[in-house]
Design a binder for this molecule. Structure first.
Ligand code: SAM
Length: 227
């Protein structure tokens, strides 16, 4: 289960909202049952349910540990794609694979501008729990490729570009960097101007093979090379 840090006290944790409902109404947990709770920032707690009071579940902490964040730190920056289920797929799989943050950006070839970030956050939350991770990646939206590059100026930037030479895969040195941002374009791809700007700001263009992949597939293939 998930409880944000503000609901974690010295000796107990409170589950509320959907988490409490899921525990009591769907899974039918009761006082005395044991559960695991994560706080999204690395805190992992083995707990016993002490009280179910209305829509709040109070759980006593039996054992607490801090899980270190996945290394290297990977930020996935992905152009907003039109189909909601495909974007959700990309978010779900990248959380399962241990991404640190997800940035969705608008770009020259973005078709859809507005997205429901709350739904994507739910997807990320459920992927974190499903994959037994304790870190909940933040999801942010930025207005263009330039803002993405400026925000993550201290990261190694690798940009997946289908027009890159097929042999320019990811090197061992690139895999070893502590902080990397992976840029994946939307369904319409990057404009030449966006690619040029990325290279001018120190980014490196990477091929994921000679075939054209859907953006969400490219994100998963790209990320899987860092786990
Ligand atoms: N027509 C678009 C174009 O010309 O770029 C296709 C875009 S593709 C469906 C969406 C994104 O996935 C691309 O911008 C790129 O980031 C990534 N991608 C897809 N296939 C790739 C490949 N073989 N190598 C590297 N990146 C790829």
């Amino acid at each position: 289960f998930y409880a944000p840090p503000k609901q974690v006290y010295d000796s107990h944790i409170e589950l509320s909202g959907q988490e409490a409902k899921h525990a009591t109404k769907v899974l039918r947990y009761r006082e005395g049952d044991t559960i695991n709770i994560v706080d999204g920032t690395g805190g992992w707690y083995d707990c016993t349910i002490a009280q179910v009071a209305g829509s709040i579940v109070k759980a006593t902490i039996e054992h607490a540990k801090q899980i270190s964040s996945p290394t290297p730190e990977i930020v996935l920056a992905m152009g907003i794609i039109k189909k909601r289920d495909r974007l959700e797929f990309a978010v779900e799989k990248s959380v399962e694979l241990g991404v640190k943050e997800i940035v969705l950006f608008r770009s020259r070839h973005t078709i859809k501008e507005n997205i429901r970030i709350d739904r994507l956050e739910m997807t990320a939350l459920s992927a974190m729990k499903q994959s037994l991770r304790a870190h909940l990646p933040e999801i942010t939206i930025l207005d263009n490729v330039e803002s993405v590059l400026d925000t993550y100026f201290d990261h190694q930037v690798l940009v997946a570009h289908e027009k890159a030479e097929a042999k320019s895969g990811i090197s061992i040195e690139q895999r070893k960097k502590n902080k990397t941002m992976l840029l994946v374009g939307p369904e319409g791809g990057f404009s030449e101007k966006e690619i040029r700007m990325t290279i001018d700001k120190g980014g490196q263009v990477i091929s994921l093979g000679k075939n054209r992949l859907r953006a969400e597939t490219a994100a998963v293939v790209f990320l899987s090379q860092f786990i």
